[in-house]
Write a protein that binds this ligand. Structure first.
Ligand SMILES: [Zn+2]
Length: 77
């Protein structure tokens, strides 16, 4: 499980069940386990500090590179 954080203010945004070793380019909504400081507004994802984090693409959020950091473990299957 990964903790996704805002790169600007370091707030926790959500907990994400990442499958596979690749970079986090998208966050699939059905694998977001708990939302902390993120807000969805007009099809975009914001941190509560106002920073742009991603774009709502329906079943997933397309993440904006460098807007977030993460730590934790990815799983293989
Ligand atoms: Zn923030």
């Amino acid at each position: 499980m990964l903790i996704i954080r805002c790169a600007a203010c370091k707030r926790k945004l959500w907990r994400y069940d990442k499958i596979g070793p690749g970079e986090v380019l998208r966050c699939h909504k059905d694998r977001i386990k708990k939302i902390f400081g993120a807000q969805i507004r007009d099809g975009r994802v914001y941190c509560s500090c106002g920073k742009d984090i991603g774009i709502d693409k329906g079943s997933f959020y397309k993440m904006i590179a460098k807007a977030f950091t993460y730590r934790g473990t990815k799983r293989n299957s």
